[in-house]
Ligand binder design. Structure first.
Ligand SMILES: Cc1cc2nc3c(=O)[nH]c(=O)nc-3n(C[C@H](O)[C@H](O)[C@H](O)COP(=O)(O)OP(=O)(O)OC[C@H]3O[C@@H](n4cnc5c(N)ncnc54)[C@H](O)[C@@H]3O)c2cc1C
Length: 412
């Protein structure tokens, strides 16, 4: 075992979504062994729609040499072009920045991303246990015990709560943390097959429709990934969302986009019922403290920016890599966790604020829409400036360098 591994002990990574395998692979690279404990009884198959891993997330994967399968499988996404519901061009921005090897922002089905990250973790001999739903965390004098719903338990040196938006780890570590907040939007997405659109490749086209937001990106000659954000209040129950038949959602979508000047109807009609996904959209303010004792939160368990930011998966990946670096460079868990939160919190909160603004633009009423459509071209021109988005999309974690930069080494 490495010195770092001896210092902190084995990691219990709770949740095998996106953050889980990334954090486990990053920990392995700094010499810390881990096991992933996932509640779902079996590997996720076809669950979730697609998501965008922004270039900053791909950069984090590159730091642990795990980005190649993702960029090779996903869809290169270079630009986001915005239009009004009447088809008026409002502006375009770069969707990412190119990394040293040319890879950039990638759109990929969540299930595929999940599978690629898990394949990579398995290839690196990181054990993943399914059917392990965390229910309690106990601290001992020199470690931590995770207790699972099936009655089993696991002991380690520290615990990483990567169990997503409805995190049990968060409810245990930060019982007073804010609850996920409904963004007022239901997200629907799918894959249309056999359509012939004259659409620019590698460009996400997005439309502020009269009643709802719509976006699409062509996959190849005939397939198109699309999504819609419908303003719906109050928040539908999860069971209610699941019980509405795909055909009923599709009828509602067609009505919603009636009269808008973009090909929503064609794409919705070309989507098979089994290719349609629905989910309510939430944001989550991070808790005051992301850690307690020997346990810490990462990814959606710590912060949720809503799909509008296009940053959920990327931030989870950044978290994994940054946490490993802090554990490598700090002498004990307490200072590693505190450094991690300090390095991550400002960035996460800034992205959260931006996502909230986008969500309110998407749910705007008639007056808000008029203002938005008037102001948006100016805003887009401003955002398209060569350096405006760099803080977001070119964020780079120097994984091999010391936390705090070279000056930290001199001070140490
Ligand atoms: C089923 C699903 C579908 C999604 N679909 C989309 C999508 O279409 N578009 C999009 O932008 N984002 C989607 N997301 C969210 C997106 O994956 C995350 O925002 C992002 O990738 C952050 O990843 P994460 O690992 O922090 O959280 P998640 O990807 O949510 O992973 C959390 C994992 O923890 C597991 N878990 C939960 N509770 C426990 C527990 N008590 N014990 C052990 N394990 C537990 C979950 O089963 C899950 O595998 C989806 C998430 C899920 C879970």
């Amino acid at each position: 075992m490495s010195n770092v591994g001896r210092r902190h002990g084995r990691a219990l990574v709770i949740g095998g979504g996106i953050a889980g395998p990334v954090v486990a692979m990053a920990l392995q690279r700094v010499g810390i062994e881990s096991g992933i404990f996932e509640a779902a009884p079996a590997p996720s198959d076809g669950v979730g729609a697609f998501l965008t891993v922004a270039s900053n997330g791909i950069d984090a994967l590159q730091a642990i040499e795990a980005h190649r399968p993702v960029v090779a499988t996903g869809l290169r996404t270079e630009r986001m072009a915005l239009f009004s519901g009447r088809g008026k061009f409002l502006g375009a921005v770069e969707a990412g920045v190119p990394l040293t090897d040319g890879s950039t922002t990638t759109t990929i089905e969540r299930a595929r991303l999940y599978q690629l990250l898990h394949d990579e973790a398995r290839r690196r001999r990181i054990p993943v246990a399914h059917g392990k739903r965390l229910v309690a965390i106990d601290e001992t004098t020199c470690g931590v015990v995770a207790r699972f719903a099936d009655g089993s338990s696991e002991e380690g040196g520290f615990l990483v709560g990567a169990d997503g938006i409805w995190s049990t780890a968060r409810s245990i570590l930060a019982p007073d943390a804010p609850r996920p907040e409904y963004a007022g939007l239901v997200g629907l997405g799918g894959r249309a097959r056999g359509v012939h659109l004259d659409a620019e490749p590698s460009t996400f086209q997005m439309f502020f429709g009269t009643r709802a937001f719509f976006g699409f990106i062509p996959v190849d000659g005939t397939d198109v990934l699309w999504f819609a954000n419908l303003p719906i209040r109050p928040e539908p129950e999860r069971t209610e969302l699941a019980s509405v038949l795909a055909g009923t959602w599709k009828e509602r979508l067609v009505e919603t986009f009636e009269g808008d000047a973009f090909p929503a109807r064609e794409l919705i009609d070309s989507t098979a019922d089994e290719d349609l996904r629905t989910a309510s959209m939430h944001t989550l303010e991070p808790p005051g403290s992301w850690f307690s004792g020997r346990s810490i939160l990462v990814g959606d368990a710590a912060h949720v920016t809503s799909p509008s930011s296009g940053q959920g998966a990327a931030l989870a990946m950044e978290d994994g890599v940054e946490l490993a670096r802090c554990l490598r460079d700090r002498p004990d868990l307490g200072s590693a966790f505190a450094t991690f939160q300090r390095l991550r919190e400002g960035r996460v909160r800034r992205i959260l604020r931006a996502a909230k603004r986008v969500n309110s633009d998407k749910a705007a009423g008639p007056f808000g829409r008029a203002i938005r459509d008037a102001v948006m071209p100016m805003m887009m021109r401003w955002m398209a400036g060569p350096t405006r988005q760099l803080w977001l999309l070119a964020h780079h974690i120097d994984f091999t360098g010391p936390v705090g930069g070279p000056m930290a080494l001199l001070a140490a």
